[in-house]
Design a protein around this ligand. Structure first.
Ligand code: HEC
Length: 461
């Protein structure tokens, strides 16, 4: 599940946060882990059985890595700009491949290796990197190509199986050939007359050449419909948020980041009558394109005992122009025993680093996620490999770092300007969403967790 519940400005803070915690104005920022610490952790990793041949071949050594780790995006019709399915594909770019895996640029996975562990982690082992490097430097031997592994069975249709229901915008959207990225919000009514629980969603981009990522928000108050009505084209445009504080979210999609079904008995609340606001982030492709992205919804099959709740951790923002290391963050104390499921960091273009951790009442630090090289283009919900149980009194802390200097190549303002909260490209956000369930909640026994706000019930606006 991917929950990216973007607040519009600080509207959320007034009511929304009151029940979760509070905004911290002067957070204590911890220094990032030193390189030495990181190396210490790396050397504790179990020694891989993979042997690194001095002269690897494509068929025996390289193809298994590329097909398993790269082909999900590097194949026709997918998000990456070229395929890596054949010997010829790989040979043509061998040096570049060695380089991007060495630097960690590919496969794209932004979470630091020494901090938390996640479902669907995309990471090459040191041995795999060395194989690609040796191959590039020893003449890209083919080996016996007929013995290369078969192409993986890429999912055609829905990877999670046929959804219970498929929602899509009523009309196709036409994207211009060039220019800046577009964030388009399409309003899709659900029209259910009773509340439901969702276990997972799957997003099917209509046109993978231009769809970069998708988030399905919820609106129970018709606010998205109003914004849609003011715009002549299908949907309406924003940046980062949806133009108001949404009633919730069902999840999202980014290339290669399919999120799993929720644990049995756990569901996301879908209030009756809610509209899905499907936010699609488009990259222009150089030619006019069209898209109609679909979302498949899988309802909970088992009775739901616990509802997914969201803890938003928010940092105050007032970033002076030229400041290269603006630090902020937020802390929330959890009042009950809870189980943490996933975390979604969110910043815009000046964001450089975000770390989220839980500190138990006995001062034990539980790493949740650290994104040391934030990239707005790779928004990810990090689902913990195992749900993490933490006791009442645990503090969840988020710290973040921003670079508003001219040396940040992503700085959208030249010269840099004073930056605060907002939805536009030149504004910033500082928020991490932690999804969790309350251990004492047993909806099946009629025991609903008290003092926790539910999406779609009482809204903050
Ligand atoms: C989740 C999707 C995804 C996966 C998995 C992935 N790539 Fe990429 N790759 C992309 C996208 C998108 C781009 C183009 C945009 C960019 O450069 O960020 C790209 C670009 C590249 C480039 C060009 C970089 C440049 O500087 O222009 C190389 C080389 C590359 N990938 C190699 C790999 C290799 C090798 C793997 C596997 C070890 C891999 N990729 C896995 C999505 C992916």
């Amino acid at each position: 599940m991917k929950l990216l519940w973007i607040v519009s400005g600080l509207t959320l803070s007034a009511v929304g946060i009151a029940s979760f915690g509070r905004i911290i104005d002067k957070p204590k920022i911890e220094k990032p882990k030193s390189e030495k610490d990181a190396l210490k952790v790396a050397s504790l990793k179990p020694i891989s059985k993979l042997k690194v041949p001095l002269v690897p071949t494509y068929a025996s050594h390289v193809a298994p890595i590329l097909l398993e780790q790269c082909a999900s995006c590097h194949r026709p019709g997918e998000v990456a700009p070229f395929s890596l399915l054949t010997y010829a594909d790989a040979k043509k770019r061998s040096q570049q491949i060695a380089q991007v895996v060495e630097t960690g640029y590919m496969p794209p996975w932004k979470a630091a290796p020494d901090y938390g562990s996640f479902c669907g982690e995309r990471r090459l082992s040191d041995e795999q990197k060395q194989i690609l490097k040796n191959w590039a430097n020893t003449g890209e031997k083919s080996g016996v190509l007929s013995k290369s592994p078969a192409l993986p069975k890429f999912p055609v249709g829905w990877a999670k199986g046929t959804p219970d229901v498929v929602f899509e915008p009523s009309t196709t959207y036409a994207l211009k050939a060039d220019g800046a990225d577009v964030y388009r919000n399409f309003v899709v009514p659900t029209s259910y007359t009773e509340d439901r629980y969702v276990s997972a969603i799957e997003v099917r981009p209509g046109n993978r050449a231009i769809v970069h990522h998708v988030i399905a928000y919820l609106d129970t108050q018709g606010r998205a419909r109003k914004l849609d009505a003011q715009d002549k084209e299908p949907g309406y445009s924003t940046f980062g948020g949806v133009g108001f504080t949404p009633s919730g979210a069902l999840g999202g999609w980014a290339p290669g980041n399919e999120t799993p079904f929720l644990p049995k008995g756990v569901g996301i609340f879908l209030p009756k009558g809610a509209d899905i606001v499907l936010q699609v982030h488009y990259h222009t492709s150089g030619k006019p394109e069209t898209d109609k992205t679909k979302i498949g919804v899988y309802f909970c099959k088992d009775a739901v005992d616990k509802q997914v709740r969201i803890l938003p951790l928010i940092g105050g923002l007032w970033i002076p122009p030229g400041k290269a290391d603006f630090k902020t963050g937020g802390t929330s104390t959890i009042k009950s025993d809870v189980t943490l499921l996933n975390v979604t960091p969110h910043m815009h273009l000046l964001g450089r680093d975000m770390k989220v951790r839980a500190i138990t009442p006995d001062e034990k630090e539980i790493p949740l996620v650290h994104v040391p090289d934030w990239d707005f283009n790779w928004q990810t919900t990090y689902t913990f490999k195992e749900p993490i149980k933490v006791p009442a009194g645990t503090k969840v802390k988020m710290t973040a770092l921003y670079d508003n200097s001219t040396s940040n190549p992503r700085n959208p303002s030249s010269p840099p300007k004073q930056v605060t909260w907002g939805e536009s490209t030149t504004d910033e956000m500082c928020i991490a969403f932690v999804s969790y369930t309350v251990d004492s909640e047993h909806l099946l026994k009629g025991e609903k967790a008290q003092g926790f706000k539910n999406f779609g019930e009482k809204q903050s606006k």
